[in-house]
Unconditional design. Structure first.
Length: 322
């Protein structure tokens, strides 16, 4: 507005100069006309420079619109699919589908668990969440919104899920960047371990194994630079007594030589001459998880029995990038 007033004043002054010449058509070389043209050009330049300065200081905001994302990550016992993002009125809203992989009802709460950045500089926090409680082994849709400023650029944006102290999933919103999904990776671990004491004969048969970054049964996440080796196994007892089978009956020797017990496991009571199927145990291991491992089953009175297996170096890449 200020620039326009200057220009109007200059033009008015130029009109007075022309009128003072008695209405005659001035030659292009007259001093009065040259001065008027020079002043007008200077005013126009001032207006242009002023507008450019305003644009440079404020920046043009991301234009309203929606973009399909269609990327899936695994976090805190949920399989989360980021379907699309909509930018409108300084707000970026994500449409999500969260599948609860655990047996109990739970809510995927983005508040405190998600952050949004653009150009690797600006961090935007959650402003609103609308995510329902999801029954075990079911899925629910919801939205998570972020307040963004005029520096936000969708093409450069990255959505990060998870706390900084834990493993985090990363979803690039543009065409560049690397997806970190933490897809669970099945690994080939075949083992049948048997121990016999004075009361019972216990056989443990490993039926499945996978490397993953979370524990769906507890809706918890592995610490940063760690992952879980999850074993699923069947228990069979032969004898007259009920046996309480603890996670401490297992130990795992890591590639480093360190021996660890289970990080998460239930306490299973198995009555004599009976069996339990689908029992699980989680061991916390280094990320990446490749290398040679030794799984040991022990009892209080008998010599432990062990088996050794190797996790290939493809496990880490398969889990992060799928």
């Amino acid at each position: 507005m200020w620039g326009r007033r200057v220009l109007a004043g200059v033009l008015a002054g130029a009109g007075l100069v022309v009128a003072g010449c008695g209405g005659a058509t001035p030659s292009t070389g007259t001093p009065g006309n040259t001065a008027a043209n020079t002043a007008g050009n200077t005013a126009n330049s001032a207006v242009s420079d002023s507008n450019a300065a305003v644009g440079a200081s404020s920046g043009a905001a991301e234009p309203p619109g929606a973009r399909d994302i269609g990327k899936t990550v695994w976090l805190n016992g949920f399989k989360v699919t980021v379907r699309k993002v909509t930018v409108e009125k300084s707000t970026a809203t994500f449409d999500l589908v969260a599948e609860n992989l655990g047996p109990d009802p739970a809510t995927f709460d983005g508040n405190g668990q998600m952050s949004l950045s653009s150009g690797g500089v600006n961090q935007y926090q959650v402003s609103k969440t609308d995510t329902p409680q999801v029954p075990g082994n079911a899925a629910g849709a919801g939205t998570v919104s972020f307040a963004v400023d005029n520096k936000f650029r969708l093409e450069q944006a990255v959505l990060t899920l998870g706390r900084a102290a834990d493993q985090q999933a990363v979803v690039p919103l543009g065409d560049t960047g690397t997806l970190i999904a933490h897809h669970p990776v099945a690994v080939g671990v075949q083992a049948k371990l048997n121990v016999t004491d004075s009361l019972d004969n216990i056989t443990t048969t490993v039926t499945a194994a996978e490397v993953r970054a979370d524990v769906p049964e507890k809706h918890s996440e592995a610490p940063a630079k760690k992952v879980y080796l999850r074993l699923t196994y069947d228990l069979t007892t032969v004898g007259a007594w009920t046996t309480s089978y603890l996670g401490s009956n297992f130990s795992l020797t890591l590639p480093s030589g360190l021996s660890v017990v289970t990080a998460v496991s239930p306490i299973d009571a198995v009555s004599g001459d009976n069996s339990r199927t689908g029992v699980y145990a989680y061991f916390l291991v280094d990320d990446p998880a490749q290398g040679s491992y030794t799984l040991t089953l022990k009892s209080e009175k008998q010599t432990p029995t062990s088996t050794t297996f190797v996790l290939p170096d493809t496990v880490a890449a398969a889990g992060k990038g799928r």
